[in-house]
Design a protein. Structure first.
Length: 358
C-alpha cells in the first residue's frame, strides 16, 4: 500500500480502502512554534495506533515525521521540531543532539525565569526560499571546509568557536554564486536542498551560525543551572540577542521579528543600566525585574519571538509593553504566548476510523 509508506516503514500492515484521521490542534499555524510538526506527530500517532504500533519510541516517531516533512511536504527541515513534539515534556526544555537525533534529559526552567512568545504576525515556513538558501549555504560551507582540510567534520556543530575564529573564518568567502561553487567543489552534502546556479549564497554567515550557536546553547544550558543572580539573567539574555543577530546575518530575520527583538533590547537596556542616567546594577544579587533577552523561534523568517523575562509582575508588564508598542508601530497585534504557565498548546488529540474492505 504505497499511500501508507510510514506504516510499511515500521513493518506494520493494514487491509484498508481508506484511513480517515481527524486531528484537533490549537497550535498557532505559521508562527514558528512547530505547528506542522505537532500535527504530523499527532497524525502519525493515530495512524500507528490504528495498526497496533502505538508503542513506537518517540525518537523513531519523530524521524518518521521528519521524512514526511522532507519527502511529502517538501520542506528541508531537521528533526528538532518533531522530537520536541513527540518527546518534549510540558513547561521544560528538551536538549536535542539534532545530528544524531538524540534527546537528553529535560531541563527545568528556574522559578525566577519566565518565557514568553510574541507573535510578529509575519507568516513563517521552512519551505521559504530564505530558509532553503541558508541551509544550502551551511552545507556548502561544510563541503568547502572538507575540501580545504581534506577531512569532513560530522557536522558544523562539531567544530569549536576557536577552530572557526582561528582557522576557518578567513578562508571561506563571504558570498559565492551557486555556479562558482559547483564548478570548484561539485555537489554539496545535503540530500534535501540543491545548489542553484543563478543564486548567491552567504557562505560565511551560514557556516558560522551553527558553530557558534551550538556553543551558545551549551553555555545557555549551563547558565540555567547557575545560582539565581542578575549576572545569570544578563548572560542568558545576551546569548539570546547574539543568536538572533546571527539569524539576521544569515538572512533569516524579518521586519517584524527584528523589530520585536529591538524593542526587547531597549527594555533590557533600561533595566540593566546600559542607558544614560541609569545606575549600573549589582550583578551578584537577584534584584532585577523585566525582560532580558529575545530571539526568533524556529527557523526565523517571521513567526514568534521567544522572550526571556523575570517571573514576576515587572517581567509580564515589560512583555506587554513590547507587544503593545509593536502593535502601535506596525498595526499588527503582538499576541503573547505564555510558554511556562499559560494555556497548553497541543495537537495530540486524535480520532481514527479505519474503513476496511468488505
Amino acid at each position: 500500500m504505497e499511500g501508507l509508506w510510514p506504516v510499511n516503514a515500521v513493518n506494520a500492515s493494514v487491509n484498508a480502502v481508506n484511513v480517515l484521521i481527524v486531528v484537533r490542534s490549537n497550535v498557532a499555524e505559521g508562527r514558528g512554534v512547530a505547528s506542522s510538526a505537532a500535527v504530523e506527530v499527532a497524525a502519525m500517532k493515530a495512524l500507528l495506533a490504528a495498526v497496533g504500533r502505538a508503542d513506537l519510541p518517540g525518537r523513531d516517531l519523530a524521524l518518521l515525521c521528519q521524512k514526511v516533512e522532507n519527502l511529502v511536504v517538501g520542506a528541508p527541515c531537521g528533526v528538532m521540531d518533531q522530537m520536541a513534539s513527540a518527546m518534549g515534556p510540558p513547561a521544560r526544555l528538551l536538549p536535542i543532539l539534532c545530528h544524531t537525533a538524540e534527546a537528553q534529559p529535560p531541563i527545568s526552567i528556574p522559578d525566577h525565569i519566565r518565557l514568553y512568545g510574541i507573535d510578529s504576525g509575519v507568516l513563517h515556513s521552512v519551505r521559504d526560499d530564505a530558509y532553503c538558501r541558508v541551509r544550502a549555504a551551511a552545507f556548502m560551507g561544510l563541503k568547502m571546509i572538507s575540501d580545504m582540510k581534506k577531512v569532513l567534520p560530522s557536522c558544523l556543530a562539531a567544530l569549536s568557536p576557536s577552530e572557526w575564529i582561528g582557522d576557518l573564518e578567513e578562508i571561506l568567502p563571504a558570498e559565492i554564486s551557486g555556479e562558482e561553487f559547483l564548478a570548484a567543489h561539485g555537489p554539496h552534502v545535503d540530500h534535501v536542498t540543491t545548489v542553484d546556479d543563478h543564486m548567491h549564497y552567504r557562505i560565511r554567515a551560514a557556516t558560522r551560525h551553527p558553530i557558534l550557536e551550538n556553543f551558545r546553547v551549551k553555555l545557555f544550558r549551563q547558565l540555567l543551572g547557575a545560582p539565581p543572580s542578575n549576572a545569570q539573567l544578563l548572560a542568558l539574555g545576551e546569548l539570546m540577542f547574539q543568536s538572533h543577530a546571527s539569524y539576521r546575518a544569515c538572512g533569516l530575520g524579518s521586519k517584524g521579528t527584528d523589530a520585536i527583538v529591538d524593542l526587547v533590547k531597549h527594555e533590557a537596556d533600561l533595566v540593566t543600566g546600559q542607558r544614560p542616567g541609569v545606575d549600573q546594577v549589582n550583578t551578584q544579587a537577584l534584584t532585577l525585574g523585566g525582560v532580558f533577552g529575545a530571539k526568533s523561534s524556529g527557523a526565523g523568517c517571521g513567526g514568534t519571538v521567544c522572550v526571556m523575562a523575570s517571573n514576576d509582575d515587572a517581567g509580564r508588564a515589560a512583555v506587554e509593553r513590547v507587544a503593545r508598542e509593536y502593535g502601535e508601530r506596525y498595526g499588527i497585534e503582538g499576541r503573547i504566548f505564555d510558554m511556562k504557565y499559560g494555556e497548553r498548546h497541543r495537537a495530540c488529540s486524535w480520532c481514527v476510523k479505519v474503513c476496511r474492505e468488505g
